[in-house]
Design a protein around this ligand. Structure first.
Ligand SMILES: Nc1ncnc2c1ncn2[C@@H]1O[C@H](COP(=O)(O)OP(=O)(O)O)[C@@H](O)[C@H]1O
Ligand SMILES: O=C(O)C1=C[C@@H](OP(=O)(O)O)[C@@H](O)[C@H](O)C1
Ligand SMILES: [Mg+2]
Length: 174
């Protein structure tokens, strides 16, 4: 499997966690667009958004996606990568897109336990459970439109990885 694999889904669905584990078991490279962008910009996402606004972050994010895409690479994206049509098209053309789908309650539980505020400044200014519910309602159709496979991400990281490996094997065999 040399095509890049893009993990998409809302904050807290496990793109970074599952991506690292998937790269380990499949002997692939791993890259996280948020981590790459923050390292290269030498600023957190919260700092970029505060100084330059969300639009500027989204431009940087699209540039990052194109810069990190390479063969045999698992790409953990940021939750809003699918907002730009250019990104959805790019990912579908260049590789295999996997939507890690989880209920609002699971996402809220994880984000409350590990908020990582530097990487996840508020999107709406609303309390976390309201924000997650609102954002998922807005984006679910876009995640599905971008995805080749939809995976249940409410299970343990190992189980999520197993589901992805099975889905990729089945798609390869058909
Ligand atoms: N499948 C999972 N089961 C339990 N906890 C998880 C799972 N996936 C991620 N987490 C936890 O949830 C938090 C957010 O996960 P992360 O991988 O950063 O999500 P994302 O990159 O999609 O925003 C992390 O602290 C992580 O340990
Ligand atoms: O959902 C979003 O719009 C965002 C999700 C974050 O990534 P994670 O999904 O990895 O938390 C990060 O890219 C940024 O704060 C914007
Ligand atoms: Mg992440």
């Amino acid at each position: 499997m040399t095509q890049p694999i893009f993990l998409v889904g809302p904050r807290g669905c496990g793109k970074t966690t599952v991506g690292l584990e998937l790269a380990r078991v499949s002997d692939s490279q791993f890259v996280d667009t948020d981590h790459w962008l923050q390292t290269h910009a030498r600023q957190t996402i919260a700092e970029i958004v505060e100084k330059e606004g969300w639009e500027s972050f989204r431009t940087r994010e699209s540039e990052t996606l194109e810069a990190v895409t390479a063969p045999s690479t698992i790409v953990a994206t940021g939750g809003g990568i699918i907002l730009a049509e250019r990104n959805r098209q790019f990912m579908r053309e260049k590789g295999i897109v996997i939507y890690l789908c989880a209920p609002v309650s699971t996402l809220v539980e994880r984000l409350e336990a590990f908020p990582e505020e530097g990487q996840r400044p508020t999107l709406t200014g609303k309390p976390i459970s309201e924000e997650v519910s609102e954002i998922l309602a807005e984006r679910d159709a876009l995640y599905r439109e971008a995805a080749h496979h939809v995976i249940d991400a409410s299970l343990s990281p190992e189980q999520v990885v197993n589901q992805i490996v099975t889905a990729l094997r089945l798609a390869c065999a058909s």
